[in-house]
Design a protein around this ligand. Structure first.
Ligand code: SF4
Length: 278
């Protein structure tokens, strides 16, 4: 945690203020919360315990989310929390497409929309399926048209190349097309140090990808989406492959470590990282 000098100059001289702000934020976002307490832990050993505990909860949550798929539900969800800095962005959260930030899966979105129906998370009736392989639905198109104020009117949920999902800025990773390969994609995550196989660092690609844009060839994604059978399915089939996962030819080492358990065993060694090529 870092505090700027200007913050201190402006009177932030007591950590109680931070706790008060966090409590007010949580209460404003989730009115169901009546009381809250903030405890700041600075002992690295104690943080390890809490970190492992939090990770085990997240892992259980993610495992549960992987048990259902888009065709098993009759409602998707949307989120516009990131519109404060990406005005034309709205996440469409489906069982196969966890939010770009990775923090809201379909179960979380459903719960949030029920708890606060007028909040930033809301129901998205999927409507008619226009293209099963691409994941194009009339309801999702209507949602993005309304939420982007008419800027974007069509989304393929399972493509990074044609009408891709908009990207905000807090995506966990970027799926990017590598033109020299003809069909190959790369994945870089925000912890990547250095440049990707296309010569660009995460920050440069994030500028190109985010801000609410729909940018074919650059797509903000969550790690969970990589583990879904719908991952860039349309792009894979268009390229003559069995599924979208086979489009991946390069990954940052950190990103690969995060998703290696989701990759088909025959693909693991075929995906290069910065340790093999640069
Ligand atoms: S990236 Fe996360 S916080 Fe931002 S709009 Fe999507 S779900 Fe909401």
């Amino acid at each position: 945690m870092r505090f700027s000098k200007s913050l201190i100059e402006k009177g932030f001289n007591d950590l109680t203020m931070l706790g008060t702000v966090l409590i007010r934020l949580y209460k404003a976002e989730l009115p169901i919360i009546k009381k809250a307490q903030v405890t700041l832990i600075t002992d690295p050993k104690k943080i390890e315990e809490s970190y492992d505990f939090a990770l085990s909860i997240y892992n259980k949550r993610d495992e549960r989310a992987r048990t259902i798929h888009d065709e098993d539900v009759d409602m998707y969800y949307g989120c516009v929390l990131c519109q404060s800095f990406a005005p034309t962005h709205a996440c469409c959260i489906t069982p196969d497409r966890t939010s770009l930030c990775g923090s809201i899966n379909w179960f979380d979105a459903r719960a949030a929309a029920k708890v606060d129906p007028k909040g930033p998370l809301y129901e998205v009736p999927m409507g008619e399926c226009l293209n099963e392989l691409a994941g194009e639905f009339t309801g999702v198109n209507e949602m993005i048209k309304k939420r982007s104020l008419g800027d974007i009117d069509r989304i393929y949920l399972y493509s990074g190349m044609e009408f891709p999902h908009t990207s905000c800025g807090c995506f966990e990773a970027i799926d990017f097309f590598i033109p020299e390969t003809g069909v190959g994609h790369g994945i870089i995550d925000r912890s990547h140090d250095g440049v990707a196989i296309n010569g660009l660092p995460f920050s440069a690609m994030a500028n190109q990808t985010g801000g609410g844009k729909q940018m074919p060839g650059f797509n903000g994604i969550s790690f969970q989406y990589v583990g879904s059978p719908k991952y860039q399915l349309y792009d894979g089939i268009q390229a003559g492959l069995d599924s979208g996962i086979y489009t991946i030819v390069w990954m940052g080492k950190n990103a690969k470590d995060r998703v290696v358990e989701f990759l088909p065993p025959d693909l693991v060694d075929k995906i290069a990282t910065e340790e093999e090529v640069s």
